[in-house]
Ligand binder design. Structure first.
Ligand SMILES: NC(=O)c1ccc[n+]([C@@H]2O[C@H](COP(=O)([O-])OP(=O)(O)OC[C@H]3O[C@@H](n4cnc5c(N)ncnc54)[C@H](OP(=O)(O)O)[C@@H]3O)[C@@H](O)[C@H]2O)c1
Length: 234
């Protein structure tokens, strides 16, 4: 895989290895190969993904930037809930700052749209959070186009995240993001590993995804060191 393709890969931490030492070796391999970003969330592995990232980045050799997510959490019934209330989001930012040990988070995505908050209200929420020592950049994940377009045009988000796929709509969103001058990150190039189990070659699938969307980053997961080495051609 060429170096410019590797620089457009993001290592996602939804699935992590059983032990921290293997996780650290995966991050070392990714960093050596030119990967610059990690993607995480406090709901991945009950916070362990963020905490392991903090431990790993205490090693000065690993200079990753980290993107995390807010607004989606497990409620007291153990169900996933989306809440874009400004106070709830501020609390979530503080929690991730604590987990990641980082005063100024690099990039924070609103994890999902709640189906009801207006674009205007979201703009006010983001303006307020940016004033209160928010992250360097906000992004939206899985939001309707009309909402993220509105926020992008006001300079309130610098990135969108959506599921990878080859449908025309994915291409349209990637191109729209490019036109508006923001980044587009596409997640799950292996469809949670299903495409590999069905006989797909992992490295070829990753290269295909990166080439299909030359203006986007691709967030991939791999829960074993051997998988990462195979993907990056080590
Ligand atoms: N914004 C959002 O709402 C959202 C939603 C989902 C995901 N994401 C992000 O996208 C990232 C990637 O998603 P994902 O991990 O669910 O899906 P994925 O990247 O499509 O698939 C990852 C899985 O593929 C398998 N795999 C990878 N390399 C392999 C290899 N060389 N050989 C065999 N199997 C291999 C592994 O399965 P096994 O673990 O079973 O071995 C791995 O866990 C996440 O970590 C997360 O950061 C974001």
């Amino acid at each position: 895989m060429k170096a410019d393709l590797k620089q457009r890969l993001v290592y996602g931490t939804y699935r992590i290895p059983l032990g921290y030492s293997e996780f650290f070796r995966i991050l070392e391999a990714c960093y050596r190969q030119g990967i610059l970003w990690l993607d995480t969330s406090p709901i991945y592995n009950a916070g362990l993904s963020e905490i392991w990232i903090r431990h790993a980045l205490q090693n000065p050799r690993l200079k990753f930037k980290v993107a995390t997510k807010i607004g989606k959490f497990y409620n007291t019934n153990g169900r996933l809930e989306v809440n874009l209330d400004p106070d709830r989001l501020l609390t979530a930012i503080k929690e991730s700052q604590g987990n990641l040990g980082n005063e100024k988070l690099d990039l924070v995505f609103l994890h999902n749209y709640d189906g009801k908050t207006s674009a205007d209200d979201l703009a006010k929420t983001l303006e307020g959070l940016l004033r209160k020592n928010g992250p360097a950049t906000f992004g939206t994940s899985n939001f309707p186009i009309r909402i993220w377009k509105f926020l992008a045009k006001r300079g309130l988000i610098g990135c969108i995240q959506r599921a990878y796929g080859e449908a025309k709509q994915v291409e349209e969103e990637a191109l729209l993001a490019q036109r508006l001058g923001i980044d587009c990150w596409l997640y799950r190039p292996f469809y949670k590993g299903e495409l590999i189990k069905a006989g797909g070659n992992p490295k070829e699938l990753l290269v295909r995804a990166a080439k299909r969307y030359p203006q986007s980053k691709i967030i991939f997961g791999a829960s074993r060191e051997t998988q990462v080495k195979q993907l990056l051609g080590l």
